[in-house]
Unconditional design. Structure first.
Lengths: 124, 109
């Protein structure tokens, strides 16, 4: 059974750096065809993909946020960490991590398991 | 950059009715790369459909997906009370690597 859980601060001040940890179980991030992504959702708004890390250490970022994001993984701890620098009030929202599955050729890419989300508020 | 547009923004229907949700991409997308998610208030999104038409594990067969190119559709053949939620389409492939649509809210008429 795959589960994911996000953790991190609930409140950060403007200009600070946010560090979020996704702790997962039920899969290994060293298995081919697997990744973990971060997606956020401002209050009352749509989902926005932020970053992804693959089983082979490859990664990808949202172009609009690339300069502020870093995603890393610790396979031994079953964790993925996202850091976002220079936080601003517009970054307030719920942050989700999710398991990416790649199936077939050409691969179907989709997030099939999600964490419950963690709410982050940016305010002084 | 691929942009996904969903219509309508809100769909007001009664239980038992058929819901047809549209997702249009600004340029052609491989069907393999299109997915649909359901989100209820206070909950994480739930995968419904992947590869444009394959139901995820445990998803009832009243949910179906179709489409190709730039136009994709999610159909709910007969709305159950638990189906009233927001639905997002999603694509993988172009920069940005993943894109979500703005969502369609299905509410009770």
């Amino acid at each position: 059974q795959i589960t994911l859980k996000e953790s991190g601060p609930t409140l950060v001040k403007p200009t600070q750096t946010l560090t979020l940890t996704c702790t997962f179980s039920g899969f290994s991030l060293s298995t081919s065809g697997v990744g973990v992504g971060w997606i956020r959702q401002p209050p009352g708004k749509a989902l926005e993909w932020l970053a992804l890390i693959y089983w082979d250490d490859g990664n990808s970022y949202s172009p609009s946020l690339k300069s502020r994001l870093t995603i890393t993984k610790d396979t031994s701890k079953n964790q993925v960490v996202l850091t976002m620098t220079n936080m601003a009030p517009v970054d307030t929202g719920t942050y989700y991590c999710a398991h990416l599955r790649i199936v077939g050729v050409p691969g179907a890419y989709y997030f099939d398991y999600w964490g419950q989300g963690t709410v982050v508020t940016v305010s002084s | 950059e691929i942009v996904l547009t969903q219509s309508p923004g809100t769909l007001s229907l009664s239980p038992g009715e058929r819901a047809t949700l549209s997702c249009r991409a600004s340029q052609s997308v491989s069907s393999s790369y299109v997915a649909w998610y359901q989100q209820k208030p206070g909950q994480a999104p739930r995968l419904l459909i992947y590869g444009a038409s394959s139901r995820a594990t445990g998803i009832p067969d009243r949910f179906s997906g179709s489409g190709s190119g730039t136009d994709f559709t999610l159909t709910i053949s007969g709305l159950e009370p638990e189906d009233f939620a927001v639905y997002y389409c999603h694509q993988y492939g172009s920069s940005p690597l993943f894109t979500f649509g703005p969502g369609t809210k299905v509410d009770i008429k």
